[in-house]
Design a protein around this ligand. Sequence first.
Ligand code: SER
Length: 326
Amino acid sequence: MQKYGVNELRRMFLEFFESKGHLAMKSFSLVPHNDKSLLLINSGMAPLKPYFTGQEIPPCKRVTTCQKCIRTGDIENVGKTARHGTFFEMLGNFSFGDYFKKESIAWTWEFLTEVVGLDPDRLYPSVYLEDDEAWEIWNKDIGIPAERIFRFGKEDNFWEHGSGPCGPCSEVYYDRGEAYGCGKPDCTVGCDCDRYMEIWNNVFTQFDNDGNNNYTELEQKNIDTGMGLERLACIVQDVDSMFDVDTIKELREHVSRLADAEYGKEYDTDVSIRVITDHIRSVTFMISDGIMPSNEGRGYVLRRLLRRACRHGRLLAIQGKFLTKL
Ligand code: SER
C-alpha cells in the first residue's frame, strides 16, 4: 500500500467527493454558530445542522469538508494511551435531501479500496441492528459476504451528539492484524482492543432529537459521514498511533527536542510528550478561532488545555515559556 501523508489524504478525499458532484467547503470555525448545545465543534456535521433540518438552504445539496474538531470527553486518557487525542480533523461527505444509503456506501467502498488502496479483505462493515436496507447494500451491491457484515445495537450504530439531526449508522472497521489484538478467542469486530479499528462512519440522518430524546422524523433524508483523518493516516502509514503519523510526529519530535528527552523509552516521559503534542494542536486552533482563556465555557476548556500542557512541560523539566515555540 502506498504511504500517503496526512496532507495528501486530505486532498485525495476532497477531490474524490468533488468528482462526485460535491462542493468542497473550508473547515468551519471551532466556535459553534447559533448552537447552544455545543461548546466546541466536535464533528463534521455539527456546523451543518441547519442544512440537515431544512432550516437553511445549503450552497449545494452535496458538500464535502475536512473539519477541525475538538473532543475533550476523554481528556484524562490523552497521553496515557496511544489513541486518545483532543484535536482531530474529520473528513466528511454530506447529502442534504439528495443521495442516500446506496450512493454513500458505494463511495465509501470506492474511496477506501480504489483511491486509497486498502485491502478489501481487511475491511468489515457494520450496520444498525434493524437496518436491513444497509445490510443488503453491503451484501448485494458491494459483494461483502454475509458473515463479514456485523449488526450492532444503538450504542454502536446510532449516531447522535447533543440535540439535532441523528440516525442509524453503518461503520467500516479495518483489521490491523493479530499483532494489535488482545489475543482473546472471541476477539472480533467490535472488540475494545486495537485490532479492529473503526475508520468511517456513515450516518443516515433521518431524525431530529429535541435534546430530551424526543425524536421526530426529518422531512428530508440526509447523509452525514465522518472519517478521522489522523486515524486513516495511521492505517495508511502503518504506524501504531496518531502520534506517529507524518505531520504529528514532526510536532512530537519538536517537543522531544525542547525537552531533550527521547520518545519511546520511558512511559511517563512519553505521556508528557504526547499530552503536549496533542494539546498544542487544540490550543493553537482554538486561539486562532478567537477563543480566549477564561473561567467558564469554551474559554475554560482552553485554559485547562493550556495548564495541562504547561504542567507536562514542567514534568519534562523544560525551562521557561515553551508552548509558543511549538
Ligand atoms: N457525525 C458522525 C460522526 O461524528 C459522522 O460524521 O462520527
